[in-house]
Write a protein that binds this ligand. Structure first.
Ligand SMILES: [Fe+2]
Length: 358
């Protein structure tokens, strides 16, 4: 049993502003990778404030599900920086991780990110999440889009050096983003708990995260301005990130990726809709832990989703399902998911989700 999560996590309201000296000591030249929303939620102002007097480069056009081409463009444009800051949701943080590797290792091509033997280090990475869901602030993963498909890479050198986690940046999240990001966190906790790579340490954290999400997500969805509920979800999200840093994700993530790339369904939503199916298959193959989660949700996650009004407003055809299934069957996630997944089981997963949510 092991636990490895080398990121220093600083957590709490105004945590960026409270660490001005720490920021000032990190280097002279900073690259902030972010999206447009950081100007609305106050995080951008906070970071500029604590970096006063430093050279600060800004890339603020990070798209959702960032393509590898964007990573290439940024790393060519900002060649010489001491620190890379990922500010935002999963997309800016994952982009920052990839860029930090490419700036440090100038000989690498973006495709080389997927061959971990080709590099050993990255520029120091600072992550500041502004959504509560991705957990990227405490993981060694970066998920990018390569040739229209989501593809993650994993390397210990992209664990952030420090993450500053402040729930106040989530106050401005819309109802739909609040839900979809929270469901990403739920997926990380549940998938990590079921994973064959789970450990007693990761299990403790996973269960705590699921408990918090079960109790507070419905409350938050009916009271989006509630500071305490926002804080609880941010905490649960960071915990769930720590879980997948140990375990990786399992089949629900692999199943969800195509819904995101081909139908534009938000990542967390696209993934979480497959959890009831994953739990059922795990249970069928004798995985006792599936029952622990099923019992926490009083017999079925479907009822919890009904309460949250989880819907997929998209059309899924049989052709979609067969083409997606042919991708999932080769996903590495299957080898750490309890139960057996063949093409037929994967097709069934998509059909069940279509029936319940479309
Ligand atoms: Fe995720």
């Amino acid at each position: 049993m092991g636990f490895f999560m080398p990121t220093k996590v600083l957590y709490g309201k105004d945590i960026v502003l409270k660490n001005r000296e720490l920021f000032q000591s990190l280097g002279e030249t900073f690259l902030i990778i972010t999206g447009r929303s950081s100007r609305k939620n106050g995080s951008f102002d906070d970071i500029l404030d604590v970096l006063e007097g430093k050279h600060v480069y800004i890339y603020d056009e990070t798209p959702e599900n960032p393509p590898l081409e964007v990573v290439k463009e940024i790393s060519e444009r900002f060649e010489d920086v001491d620190v890379v800051i990922g500010l935002g949701g999963g997309s800016p943080m994952d982009t920052a991780k990839a860029v930090a590797v490419l700036i440090e290792n100038k000989h690498l091509k973006p495709e080389d990110l997927y061959d971990k033997s080709k590099y050993q280090s990255a520029k120091p990475i600072i992550c500041i999440p502004t959504t509560a869901g991705t957990g990227s602030e405490v993981t060694q993963y970066s998920v990018l889009t390569v040739n229209g498909r989501k593809r993650g890479f994993s390397h210990e050198c992209v664990f952030p050096k420090i993450s500053f986690v402040d729930y106040k940046y989530t106050f401005t999240l819309s109802e739909s983003l609040t839900l979809s990001t929270a469901l990403d966190a739920l997926s990380h906790a549940v998938e990590g708990f079921l994973s064959t790579r789970a450990t007693p340490f990761s299990d403790m954290i996973a269960i705590e995260s699921v408990k918090i999400i079960k109790e507070y997500l419905p409350k938050l969805m009916s009271d989006l301005a509630n500071e305490f509920y926002r804080e609880r979800m941010m905490f649960a999200s960071t915990l769930a990130g720590m879980v997948i840093a140990q375990t990786g994700t399992t089949v629900a993530h692999a199943l969800g990726y195509s819904l995101t790339t081909d139908k534009g369904v938000k990542h967390g939503l696209a993934t979480a809709v497959f959890l009831p199916y994953e739990l059922r298959i795990a249970k069928k193959y004798g995985c006792e832990k599936a029952n622990v989660i099923i019992d926490m949700f009083d017999g079925s996650l479907y009822e919890f989703y009904r309460l949250l009004n989880v819907r997929l407003d998209t059309l899924i055809t049989d052709d979609d399902i067969h083409s997606w299934a042919s991708i999932v069957i080769n996903a590495s996630h299957l080898s750490v998911t309890p139960g057996k997944y063949d093409l037929e089981t994967i097709v069934e997963a998509y059909k069940e989700v279509r029936e319940h949510f479309c």
